[in-house]
Design a protein around this ligand. Sequence first.
Ligand code: GRF
Length: 189
Amino acid sequence: MKNIVVLVSGGGTNLQRIIDCVESGEIPDAQISLVVADRDCFGLERAKKHQIKAEKIPRGKSFSEELKKILPENTDLIVLAGFLSILPAEFCTSFSGKIINIHPALLPKFGGKGMWGNHVHDAVLKAGEKESGATVHYVTAGIDEGEIILQKSFEISEGETLETLAQKIHDIEFEIYPKAINKVLNFPL
Ligand code: GRF
């Protein structure tokens, strides 16, 4: 049985999708042993509703130190699902290959500091991009720079808005995040 820890900061729809996939067996032989938020957010409520241990560690300098204290020893994978704090380089290095993130654009484009939520979609539209999508990648010290695990794109249509873009990308995220988790945990896709 693989043990997954999920870090969240927001509404947690990706967290919900992962919970559902674990419960349905789409992500087989795994459990979410802990959900940690760096602020009050609905993601914590989603975890509690499913009897998953849920903790808040306030964002800030000591976040990763506090996280290490409560991280189960047998953690196989740390999944960032709309987690807005930056994990320090030392933490990323010590869990190298065991932390993954999902980003709402086609990395390496439109990543890095400040590129989150609608800021990303806004930049994509302003740049006149022909396509967008979502990317699952390993987390390293460089923001959004780790090796890409899975990516899916779609063509931007005429009249695309922030809202339509965000919705399409969320749908792609729900499709590729469970697949990427299975890939990293060496389960069949
Ligand atoms: C997602 O769009 C993801 O790409 C980004 O944060 C968002 C989280 O959304 N990292 P949700 O909280 O899972 O709904």
